[in-house]
Design a protein around this ligand. Structure first.
Ligand SMILES: Nc1nc2c(c(=O)[nH]1)N[C@H]1C(S)=C(S)[C@@H](COP(=O)(O)O)O[C@H]1N2
Ligand SMILES: [Mo]
Length: 154
């Protein structure tokens, strides 16, 4: 559950560059009809964090760097219990917002390399999998949406 009285501070400016993430659904801040659109610069300006962890796709720890999901959702004034995440390949999964307790990020870089839509980019949802044994499970692996393009707050 996110929200409970918290409100987003400033109106969201329109993106100046290519849109890499669109957020829709139950949000307070929009910069397009019913949607909040972000380019890379807008996301990076929210502040980045990193996670060093192994994953379903790498037995060697990698450094995932990006924007904390919580910060992005707070910026748009998201309120709800679940977010539907949709990828460029139309992969789709519902993620409970309770997962924010694990501080997942929207990763833009891996080991310093910018993710592009040709690999797992532009955004890849990453969890601190090594830090929490509960996350070492297919249920959570399926929430590591790569090539993420859209979130809908429900
Ligand atoms: N965009 C996208 N993200 C995705 C998937 C997918 O098919 N497309 N599969 C999910 C599932 S079910 C798992 S277990 C992990 C790892 O999937 P992979 O081994 O196919 O990369 O990524 C998740 N993220
Ligand atoms: Mo999976």
């Amino acid at each position: 559950m996110l929200g409970g009285g918290a409100s987003a501070a400033e109106p969201l400016p329109p993106p100046g560059g290519p849109v890499i993430l669109t957020i829709a659904g139950n949000i307070e801040q929009t910069n397009a009809p019913g949607e909040a659109r972000f380019d890379r610069e807008m996301l990076e300006a929210l502040g980045t964090a990193s996670i060093v962890t192994r994953s379903q796709v790498s037995e060697t720890p990698q450094t995932f760097e990006g924007v904390p999901l919580r910060v992005v959702l707070e910026r748009v004034g998201a309120r709800g219990r679940v977010m539907k995440a949709v990828a460029l390949n139309d992969y789709e999964i519902s993620i409970p917002l309770d997962d924010l307790r694990y501080e997942p990020i929207l990763a833009m870089r891996i080991d310093g390399q910018l993710l592009t839509p040709r690999d797992k980019g532009p955004l890849w949802i990453a969890y601190p999998r090594d830090a929490h044994s509960i996350l070492q499970d297919l249920k959570y692996d399926a929430r590591w949406v790569w090539r993420l393009r859209r979130l809908t707050i429900e």
